[in-house]
Every structure is written in C-alpha cells, then in structure tokens.
Design a protein around this ligand. Structure first.
Ligand SMILES: Cc1cc2nc3c(=O)[nH]c(=O)nc-3n(C[C@H](O)[C@H](O)[C@H](O)COP(=O)(O)O)c2cc1C
Length: 444
C-alpha cells in the first residue's frame, strides 16, 4: 500500500478513465441494440385472392420507404398477434370473395383474431377495400374488418376507401393519403403496364353439342411478334372496346414456349338473351385481323412458386381447365407426380384439352387423372364426389408434400371442394396448407 498522494490520484484517474471507457462501450451497445430492435413504423397487411391487394401492398410499402419510413408488408394471416397488439400504425388492403367472404390468406386472422375483441386503442389504421359492386356484399370483408377494428377501439387515420373493380380514382385517393402520411410531395407512378396490340391467330368453338353454353379456344399472338414472359397461373387482361377501365381477366392456358397465348372463354348469355360484352367480343365479334388490347398480369398466388418440386393435385371444372392445363403442361418438362381431377357435363362434348391430358397421361406427368362428367350417368357426379371417395389417397399425397391447386367456378365447384378437403384433411391442416401456400385457388 502507498500513501503517496500523487500515485493515489494517478490510480484514481486511471480507474475513472477505465470506468468511462466501459460505460461508453455499454452505452454504444445499448444504442445499437435499440436501433436493431426498433419496431417497424408501418405494417401493410393484405388479404388477396388473385393478387391485386397484394400488389397494392407492395406499392404502398415502396412509397413509404421512398419517403424514408420503415415499412413491411405481410398477409393478414402472417400478422402476428403481438404485431397487432403493439404496432401503432397498420394499413389494411383487403379484397372480398365468395359472397362477402375473406380471401384464403385472411382465414387464420379471421378465426384467431376477429372472433374476439382485443383492445386496440393504441392502433392507428386505414382500410383499402377491394371489391366489385355487382356483388350483393360489395367490399363485404373490408367493411367487416373496418367495423371490427373500430369496435376494438382502433383509430382510423381516414375513412375506408373502396375500390370498385380496380377503379383508378379510388387508388389515387389512397395514394394521396399515403403521401400526406409520409410527408412526401410527389406521388410515385403506380400506373399499370400499358396494353399491347394482340391478334387472334385461331378461334374455335370446342364443345359443339354441349348441354352448356359454347366454349371457345382463343389463341392470340402479339402484333409485334414479341411475346412477354408469363408463367403457369398468370392471367390475361383484355380491354373490351367501349369499356375502358374495366378489363376482363382470363386464366392463360398455354406457356410462352408454345408460341401462343391461349384462353378458354365461355360465351356468356344474359337473361335477355344478349351476349356478355367481353365474351361476345372475344368469341364472336372481334375480327381475326383486328388488334386486341391485352396485357399479361402476374398472378403470384396461383403460380407454382415454392411448390416447384412438390407433387401437385390439380382440381377444377369447366373453363377452369385453362389454369390447370398451363400447370400440368409445365410439368411435362419435369418428372414430378401430378394428379388432375377435372369436372364437366359430358365427356363426348366437354372434355376440354383432351389431347393434352392424354399426352400427359402417356408421359406419366399425370400419374392419376379423374375425369368427372356429371351427366354421363343417372346420378349427377362432381369433382368433390371423387375427392370424397379418394380421402386416403388425398391424405397420402398431402403427407408426401403435395400442393393443391383449384381453378374454376366458386359456387359450381370450389366451395364444395373446400368442404370435402376440410372434411378429409381436417380444418386446421387445410388452413396450414393455405398459410404455407400449398393450397391455392383461382376461382370465379
Ligand atoms: C368468385 C368471386 C367472388 C367475389 N365476391 C365478391 C363479393 O362478394 N363482394 C365484392 O365486393 N367483390 C367480390 N369479388 C371481387 C373481388 O373482390 C375483386 O375482384 C378484387 O379486386 C380482387 O382483389 P384480389 O386480386 O386482391 O383478390 C369477387 C370476385 C370473385 C372472382
């Protein structure tokens, strides 16, 4: 021990310096930890069946980020209970399906959250509801969600905006609110890709003698010969002359490698006997040489995506064969099991793409094919009957990792198929498959 005051002061100074250094290190680490765990400022939660809400969510996030804010998008089912209870800003972009029902990727949220009434007084939110005013329950899910959030005490940033069939003014109104919230001056360009001129290269009625309305196979090619890229599952939007701003969407049945874009179009007949404007145009009135305004729309939720190496169960009816054909055609290039269940009225007249189905069966791409023709026997029989009778096979395929793709009429097929899948696989399992992107539907 020393009693020399100079040495004692020196030691004290060194100790102080060391303590200060330690404090600085701890403080710096704390600050950087806080920065790393700082919650994201904006969450954009979407619920989408055919990708429009999903696409708008991505644009919304990009706009917020451009203004220097932190933002992330997720599907409503991916929104964690803690995120809902802790975030103070969430933007909801949701569409409506069925008869006022939520899209598939909102089902978990509806069951887990909307049955209850968590206290959300801290939350500021806005709802962009996508819908179609020709349905009785216009924007039904968006309205229900908005009402529920209000009842839980959440605070609307501005009134719900409803978008009727993608109408541009409503989307512009949403953009303006966003720019205001983000403190941005210039609204970014959200315009959709332009239509290109296409021409019909072949058009044929393919169900002569059918008990149903005529179905046409319409093959198109771009006027400039340059095919855009698309994938199995994607959609073609056709702008009908005289009806700008209301494009009609059709599942694309072919792949770019085939050198044509094929659609299956059922000629729609109205109650007064006149033809639907879009189907009448494509099937009957559009002259073969005249330009048709068309653009391809990516349909992420019906693409193969993460399911590329999984066995596939393809289920559909009627013109839903279009979306399924693109998927099994693509499989011809890869040896992975595919099971197709297709329903129509009569085998003789309504077996769309018969040659392609038979070719894929011969190539063993389709290791199982069930054609279910409802009127070929006394008792009406539909795809859901085959699925019910094949419960063990269904479970086995899903056990082996299969993904399920459903394309066709909602009321004429998909609702019944959904019920059978729930019964055979279990409600929780089907929900889990939907969450994992292993149950995908393109229904209309
Ligand atoms: C089978 C089917 C059922 C629909 N039911 C409704 C409905 O009940 N109410 C509504 O407002 N819109 C309804 N729509 C329209 C969709 O909500 C609308 O097309 C929306 O823009 C789709 O957005 P998404 O691509 O994000 O799923 C329905 C669409 C389809 C194909």
């Amino acid at each position: 021990m020393t009693s020399d005051p100079v040495r004692l002061w020196g030691a004290a100074a060194m100790l102080l310096a060391w303590l200060l250094l330690c404090a600085a290190i701890v403080l710096r680490r704390r600050l950087s930890q806080r920065a790393a765990t700082r919650p994201v400022q904006w969450i954009v939660a979407y619920a989408s069946q055919t990708g429009s809400a999903d696409h708008l969510a991505q644009l919304t996030v990009a706009t917020l980020k451009t203004a220097g804010l932190s933002a992330l998008d997720c599907s409503l089912s991916e929104l964690e209970p803690a995120q809902l209870r802790q975030s103070d800003r969430i933007l909801f972009i949701v569409s409506t399906y069925g008869e006022g029902d939520p899209p598939d990727n909102a089902l978990r949220f509806v069951r887990a959250e909307m049955q209850g009434a968590p206290r959300l007084g801290h939350l500021h939110y806005a709802v962009l509801a996508l819908g179609d005013s020709s349905y009785a329950q216009y924007c039904g899910f968006g309205r229900a969600l908005d009402q529920w959030l209000g009842a839980c005490g959440a605070n609307p940033l501005f009134d719900r905006i409803e978008v009727d069939r993608g109408a541009a003014p409503a989307i512009t109104a949403w953009q303006e609110h966003l720019c205001h919230l983000a403190g941005a001056v210039d609204a970014p360009d959200w315009s959709e890709p332009a239509y290109a001129d296409w021409r019909i290269v072949e058009r044929a009625e393919i169900n002569a003698g059918s008990a149903g309305e005529p179905v046409f196979r319409v093959a198109l090619a771009p006027a400039d010969g340059v095919f855009p890229d698309w994938e199995a599952g994607d959609l073609a939007q056709v702008s009908v002359p005289g009806e700008p701003g209301l494009p009609r969407e059709y599942s694309i049945a072919s792949l770019p490698a085939e050198g044509r874009l094929e659609l299956l179009v059922r000629l729609h007949r109205r109650a007064d006997g006149s033809h639907g404007s879009a189907s009448g145009f494509l099937c009957l009135h559009a002259p073969l040489a005249a330009p048709i305004a068309l653009r391809v729309r990516e349909h992420k939720r019906f693409r193969i995506g993460e399911n590329r190496w999984r066995p596939l169960i393809l289920i559909g009816n009627g013109t839903g064969m279009a979306g399924l054909r693109a998927h099994f055609k693509e499989r011809d290039f890869r040896a992975i099991d595919c099971w197709l269940v297709f329903g129509e009225r009569n085998e003789a007249s309504d077996f769309h793409y018969r040659e392609d189905v038979e070719a894929s069966v011969a190539m063993a791409t389709l290791v199982r094919f069930d054609g279910v023709f409802s009127r070929d026997q006394e008792q009406r029989r539909y795809v859901q009957h085959v699925l019910r009778e094949s419960g063990a096979a269904l479970r086995d395929w899903v056990e082996r990792g299969a993904a399920i793709y459903v394309c066709g009429g909602l009321l004429t097929m998909a609702a019944g198929v959904h019920e059978v899948l729930e019964a055979e696989l279990g409600k929780a399992k089907l929900e889990q498959l939907a969450d994992e992107g292993r149950y995908r539907r393109d229904v209309y």
